[in-house]
Design a protein around this ligand. Structure first.
Ligand SMILES: [Zn+2]
Length: 109
């Protein structure tokens, strides 16, 4: 078990930071072992990269949906509408991937 800094994001996710100290067991070898313990935790005012990315995609989907709804109401841009729908489907897939990544990260803590 070795000690590391930890950053805690406003979304509740965390990220390991700088290595700080060896534990007694590993001190002699100079190696770091796989187990990480918190040396010092600091709160970060922002969300983690994954949540930020999630929000960006989420916003893109919202904007695309509005555009599509407007075009469909006005009966214009059928080609762009199709393309935008394809984008929305792709983005929704990305959101699901991020959710799955977050879940597997939770389990590994
Ligand atoms: Zn997060």
């Amino acid at each position: 078990m070795c000690f590391y800094d930890q950053q805690i994001f406003s979304c509740g996710d965390h990220k390991w930071g700088r290595f700080r100290a060896h534990c007694n067991k590993e001190y002699r070898t100079g190696e770091t072992c796989g187990m990480k313990l918190i040396f010092e935790a600091s709160r970060v005012g922002t969300k983690c990269q994954m949540c930020k990315k999630y929000e960006v995609i989420w916003r893109k989907i919202g904007q695309a949906r509005e555009r599509v709804a407007r075009w469909e109401a006005e009966g214009i841009n059928p080609v762009s509408t199709d393309k935008e729908w394809a984008n929305i489907v792709q983005w929704q897939r990305e959101l699901r991937e991020i959710e799955m990544m977050k879940q597997s990260k939770m389990r590994s803590i």
